[in-house]
Ligand binder design. Sequence first.
Ligand code: GAL
Ligand code: ZN
Length: 657
Amino acid sequence: MRMGMDYYPEHWDRSMWEEDAKLMQDTGVSLIRVAEFAWSRLEPTEGNYDFEWLDDAIDTFARHGIKVVIGTPTCTPPNWLVKKYPDVLPIDAQLHPHYPGVRGHRCFNSPSMRHYSFLIVEKLALHYKDHSAVIGWQIDNEFGLHECNCEHCNTKFRDWLKDKYSSVENINAAWGNVVWSGEYSEWSEITTPLGGNRAKNPSYLLDYKRFETDSVVEFQQLQLDILKKHCPNHFVTHNIWSYPMSLDYYKLGEKLDFVSLDYYPSTSPEKDVTSGYSGALTLDLTRGIKRQNFWIMETISGPPGCWMPMWRTPYPGFIRAYSWQCIARGADTIVHFRWRSAPSGGEQFWHGLIDHSNVPGRRYEEYRGLCDEVNRLAPLLEGTQVKGKVAILHSHDQYNAFQGQLQSDGMDYFENIKTLHRAFTKLGIMTDVLSENEDLTGYKLIVAPSLFLLDTALASKFDEYVKNGATLVVLPRTGVKNPNNVCWIQPLPGPLSESAGVTVAEYDPIGKDKNSINWNNKSYSCSQWCDILTPQGAEPVARYEDDFYAGKIAATVHTVDKGKVYYLGTFPEESFYSDFFKDVADTLGLTYIPNLPEGVQVSIRSNGEKQYMFLLNLSRKQQTIQLEQSYYSVLNNKDIAQELNMNPYDVEIVELL
Ligand code: GAL
Ligand code: ZN
């Protein structure tokens, strides 16, 4: 477990490196990430590699006990490269190249991009494979999907489709191309989406997204193979951007040693409490990619800006508390972005820890304290992991399918996951947020938000979990389509109807209008969607209170062997989830913390022998928590009372016996 800094030696005069390294060492920093945008310095002209400056920088930091992660610079192809080999540039929907200036100007399928990336990554790998300070690699920077319509992408897309469907006739059948005369008679008629108007065939659009992910994964693999070949003792990771995301992070993460996350919680006072909850979800999602601990490769250390008017400066305690939140949810190393604000370039005002003044200030002092704490507790926390009690399912495919076809005004797949996750976090119940393709054996409670695309294979997997004792919670828009994004011709929830013991007689996409449901003699408002249910063996548990379907069934429960399936036919307000999950937790014997104050989060890291409970007040208010007993805080080396008062952004870590 290390504390690290993103450092750009190429932004500073060499005379500053030594001073920076010394101050970092004094501060407790033991790692830097370098070079992920430095291609023009590493290869100033074609084939002229210059690593002397990087050697010098790495050696300077190594002399201060600081280890190094090298970022491969392929997110920023230099000007000589794009000028000489224009196929490097992605082509937008208007068939214009995306010019350099802002990073990310590379087509993942461009032969020149792949060739020159291969060369520079190989040179770097061979050069640094035995350097004692270099411990690992970050490939590229924050991959994402950026539609490219170049000829190479067109050819590769057709090849991808040939692989999947063999013939255009099969595509016509699988996508239902008969509608609007969309049938293809030969491969050359198939192109990239050129902007991908949402009214285009959804099956085509979804397959294109999958193709884009595969292109990124292939591009990454090219680098991964070189790095693994020459540097077998180094780890290889990638720093993902946040969620929601079209790029399939599960596929991206498959071959990496671990995943890293760039985490920028909002500093806005209005988002004071919500950003902690969305952050908790982001961290749980990241841990779920490989079902293991992860790194934070960038996180906030000053007011962000440049891409938007500057955000508020992190409130006292914010930098520290949010770093602990990452560790509390499975991060094993925290790298802050960045040591000092950039003197020039597009991100001058995305502030680093130290301002342009170059005078370490309040944020630096807070960070220094954090380094002391993390370094002191690292031996205790090393090897501990986070294990959730509840599984919430997430899928980039489902997200992309919903993004392509908005279901009702305000219905948002990812926002709904946030609400569900927040309800659990507020109850102090840790969740693992996992791909629907994972093995979920062992979870007593599985929450499956809107399995829009659902085939019988996946449905029978859920059926098995339920028969073996799991409780499954299903939400509206489940079982609507097959994985090709074509509607099932059968009553909803399609392949899950039998396990759920219910069918949807009619639905009302009410969007931002409101209805309400009655559950356990209490009324809860609901919106987005209303399924009117007909039980087929299930018991009604909630009814609508309004509109022409007042009194009709809104939710059911079906007992199947040892387990149960709840079908919620609408999206109720958050307090419903809170009451409902408490009720389900009581039945399943899952413990929760009633009355956890807003903004306070609790989680546990354990290693089988020891358990550490993290208590975080991620809010600007003082909060009081009722604990089961008094504890000793290993973080602050003091006893803490059963009735614990927490100041804004306070953190406590206690060892559970
Ligand atoms: C990240 C990116 C960094 C930096 C940071 C602040 O998304 O990886 O290079 O740009 O955001 O904007
Ligand atoms: Zn392309």
